[in-house]
Unconditional design. Structure first.
Ligand code: UD1
Ligand code: UDP
Length: 365
């Protein structure tokens, strides 16, 4: 049987991490040829190249260099360039990840060309339509031919929107695959010793969500809560957040140690050696669980509701008092429940694509 041709669309940091796991499974299978398209949404070396290098992701076959700018412009320019690539590559499937502008542009370009779309991390909902990610997810799910769902909640969310049947597959979470695969390669950041912070005695924090960085009152509340957490905070700062802090002239407390974004292997090390994680990231909430750490989530809602239900994650919004109190109160967590599958999602994704009927493997979707 001839190989199935897939075009994978990535562009933002969490997508490189998810694609690392799936791309490895694709190569191990041998029945699929993968062409990787990098939209350029994230472009700094420490937001992009470092992941390809550390995680041994094959170099992108096409680099579209569409980063920055407002949503419509970014998504529109990505759409146009992805369409050209798809016309040239003529893939059997387009594989998209998560909920960024690159995800939506990839799904839309493919759907309009009648190329089947497979969506990894389908079915997640925050039910907050003011989040750009929520719009991207809903539209991508409705344009997809294969919905690769990480959680039972994702299945129910899709069913509530009328998306059911053989095209919906519960596969588990590929970030769990990545966390387990790279755990043994975790690497202490070279600057850690110079901070004078003890292992196990710091808060690891990330902040980048638009609702927190575009609202100065929320950002100030978060930084105040972190300053009052009673522990030093290590904050690898996303360039978006750095830009806001810089423009607004916000002074950061001495106990918050701001460092540039780190590579994945350093991030895993920081996650496994911290006392508690405080974040507004989707991926980092789950990684806290994978590495057995309590998580304080500085958002008003989360797509990863099972963590909150299991009592290992608490939603605190951007209120300074709530943030500092919950960090101070955080304790060891039970991470023995298999909430995200068995770290075998990537293999299940590859099998689902191979099994799904399309013109490429002898039937019509
Ligand atoms: C994007 C995703 C978000 C995801 C996040 C992961 C959308 C709408 N948002 O948010 O869902 O959680 O990525 O990190 O797709 N910038 C740089 N260098 C870079 C990348 C970004 O300086 O390498 C700065 C630029 O000023 C840019 C801003 O960050 O305009 C925002 O980047 P963008 O990709 O639009 O959104 P993120 O906040 O990164
Ligand atoms: N991450 C990283 N270095 C950092 C911050 C985050 O490698 O400095 C990783 C983190 O471990 C997780 C992913 O980036 O795997 C999460 O991406 P991000 O928080 O940017 O996006 P989200 O998951 O919220 O969409």
């Amino acid at each position: 049987m001839s190989k199935i041709n897939i075009v994978t669309i990535v562009g933002a940091r969490p997508q490189f991490i998810k694609a690392a796991a799936v791309s490895r499974a694709i190569r191990a299978h041998g029945g699929i040829t993968e062409v990787i398209v990098h939209t350029g949404q994230h472009y700094d070396a420490n937001m992009s190249d470092v992941f390809f290098e550390q995680m041994h992701i094959p170099c992108p076959d096409h680099h579209l260099e569409v980063g920055g700018g407002p949503h419509g412009q970014m998504t529109g320019r990505q759409l146009e360039k992805i369409e050209s690539v798809l016309l040239e590559e003529k893939p059997d499937w387009v594989l998209v990840y998560g909920d960024t502008n690159s995800t939506l542009a990839g799904a839309l370009a493919a759907a309009k060309l009648h190329i089947p779309v497979a969506h990894v991390e389908a079915g997640l909902r925050s039910f907050n339509r003011r989040m750009p990610e929520e719009i991207n997810r809903v539209l991508t799910d409705h344009a997809s031919d294969l919905l690769l769902v990480p959680t039972d909640t994702g299945l129910s969310n899709l069913a509530a929107e009328g998306i059911t049947g053989n095209k919906v597959r519960l596969v588990g979470d590929v970030m769990y695959d990545a966390a387990m695969f790279y755990k043994g390669m975790a690497s202490e950041p070279e600057w850690f010793g110079s901070l004078g912070i003890e292992r196990g005695a710091y808060v690891l924090c990330t902040i980048h969500r638009a609702e927190n960085t575009d609202d100065l009152a929320r950002l100030r509340g978060i930084l105040q809560g972190l300053a009052e957490a009673g522990l030093p905070v290590i904050l690898p700062l996303h360039p978006r957040t750095w830009g806001t802090i810089d423009r607004a002239g916000i002074v950061i407390a001495d106990s918050i140690r701001v460092v540039p974004p780190v590579g994945y292997l350093e991030m895993v090390w920081l996650e496994t050696h911290c006392r508690v994680i405080a974040t507004d990231s989707g991926g980092v909430q789950k990684e806290a669980y994978f590495h057995g750490k309590p998580c304080v989530t500085m958002r008003d809602e989360t797509e990863w509701v099972e963590l909150v239900d299991a009592g290992v994650n608490v939603l605190v919004g951007a209120n300074a008092k709530s943030i500092s109190q919950h960090i101070r109160a955080s304790d060891a967590v039970d991470c023995s429940l298999q909430l995200y599958g068995a770290a075998d999602a990537a293999g299940k994704i590859v099998n689902a694509i191979i099994d799904q009927p399309t013109p490429a493997n002898g039937a019509h979707a």
